[in-house]
Design a protein around this ligand. Structure first.
Ligand code: HEC
Length: 161
């Protein structure tokens, strides 16, 4: 009899714990849901414009001006050697961009960059190019760290898709 009562007691407290846990989880899930409702992206808005956005765009700008600018031009505006990547017709998805940059384009001056740039770095270049193509980022050197009143401020919720 006592054992049964003890067991019942244990089960009841386990149940209470579960209930408490699921309430907390539901609460945080709804916070996330309302955050992502402000952003068209699949991630919560908080993941959009953060210091990471500024850092990635800055890093991308750096790689760009080491490897890409001599053909695709300063500020990604193109040269006679290679296309302007800020052209509205040049809106690649991240996957397309990664594939082109990693494999290059056969029989053109566009080589494969996979020996010089890893996925993270190519992803940073992508974010930089998108910021230029979407006219979010003006020409020139982007701020490395987000600033109030710096040279650029991405619109709320902006992130390169
Ligand atoms: C030596 C010159 C050269 C360099 C350096 C270069 N590219 Fe290219 N790139 C080209 C050419 C030429 C094309 C167009 C190929 C074609 O005719 O389809 C091209 C095409 C592309 C395209 C596809 C554009 C389109 O319209 O299909 C992307 C994206 C691209 N380059 C990104 C980059 C990135 C990022 C870098 C730096 C890591 C880079 N390129 C460096 C010459 C270059």
């Amino acid at each position: 009899m006592t054992t049964i009562r003890v067991r019942f007691g244990l089960a009841a407290s386990a149940l209470a714990l579960l209930l408490a846990l699921s309430t907390t989880m539901a609460a945080s899930a709804s916070t996330q849901a309302s955050a992502s409702a402000q952003s068209p992206a699949d991630k919560p808005a908080a993941a959009s414009v953060t210091s990471d956005t500024y850092r990635d765009v800055y890093q991308g700008w750096k790689w760009w001006h080491v490897y890409c600018y001599r053909c695709h031009g300063v500020d990604a505006l193109g040269t006679t050697n290679a296309p302007n990547l800020t052209d509205p017709n040049e809106k690649f998805t991240r996957a397309e961009f990664m594939r082109i940059v990693k494999t290059g384009k056969a029989n053109t001056a566009m080589q494969s960059w996979s020996k010089l740039l890893d996925d993270k770095q190519i992803g940073e270049v992508y974010v930089y190019v998108r910021a230029r193509a979407e006219k979010v980022l003006p020409p020139g050197r982007p701020d490395e760290i987000g600033t109030n009143g710096g040279s650029w401020t991405p619109p709320d919720g902006w992130r390169a898709r």
